[in-house]
Design a protein around this ligand. Structure first.
Ligand code: IYR
Length: 229
């Protein structure tokens, strides 16, 4: 008899249905996926074309399948299409960015950003149909109001954001991993609870047409991988 579940230390474990691929399929799929992901680019100029809420929901559900420390899923994704809120976020983000560009960034940082052509103006925060703010939850509140820390919070939320970006690209949409810093203004504007901190801000939508991106080169495999065979 094939068991569908077992008990380990009082906890139910269910049979994992693994579908393995043939070597040829594995070769083809991994190559195709790389080609597809290698077409992803960070886009800074958006169209105001609408994206259905159901698509954003699917993208967030995908991100939330990411592994996390002790499966605590220490994240909240705030998805904003409200025009007034997007406007307020733009104003507050640009105020922080003005300070960053004028006073917080040194010469080396500015030089490193020159090829990417960024500046303190962030019109995409209003133009993109959706903004997703990924928040991390460093701790949870127990019923008695006391705090319990989550585990590997930055790693977990970073993984979920990677999957979010992959899901956005997979849906034929574009995004930008925007990091206005400090991001305290976001939790304030979104009225998030005390145990949430903004982690990453991602405008999501279609690119403006035409759109140009920096002529960046990705590192070769031998620059990013070392094999020990
Ligand atoms: N947060 C600023 C500056 C910025 C910093 C890095 I590192 C980038 O790769 C891109 C931009 C901004 O969003 O403009």
């Amino acid at each position: 008899m094939n068991k569908k579940d077992i008990n380990i230390d009082g906890f139910r474990h269910i049979l994992y249905q693994h579908r393995s691929l043939s070597n040829d399929q594995m070769q083809q799929k991994s190559e195709d996926f790389y080609d597809w992901m290698n077409q992803r680019r960070s886009i800074r100029e958006f169209s105001d074309k609408n994206v259905p809420k159901s698509v954003i929901e699917n993208i967030i559900k995908t991100a939330s399948t990411a592994p996390s420390g002790a499966h605590k899923q220490p994240w909240t994704f705030c998805a904003i299409s409200n025009k007034d809120l997007k406007h307020q976020i733009r104003l507050a983000a640009e105020a922080e960015e003005k300070e960053t560009y004028e006073n917080r960034m040194g010469e080396r940082w500015k030089n490193d950003l020159a090829p990417i052509a960024t500046d303190m103006y962030k019109p995409f925060l209003e133009i993109a149909p959706w903004l997703i703010i990924a928040c991390k939850r460093p701790y949870e509140y127990k019923d008695d109001g006391s705090k319990v820390n989550n585990y590997y919070v930055n790693e977990s939320v970073g993984l979920a954001c990677g999957m979010l970006i992959t899901a956005i690209h997979n849906a034929g949409l574009v995004t930008l991993t925007h990091t206005p810093s400090p991001m305290k203004f976001l939790t304030r504007l979104l009225k998030r609870p005390e145990n949430e901190r903004a982690f990453l801000l991602l405008p999501v939508g279609y690119p403006k047409q035409p759109v140009f991106v920096p002529d960046l080169k990705r590192k070769d495999l031998n620059e990013v991988a070392v094999f020990y065979e």
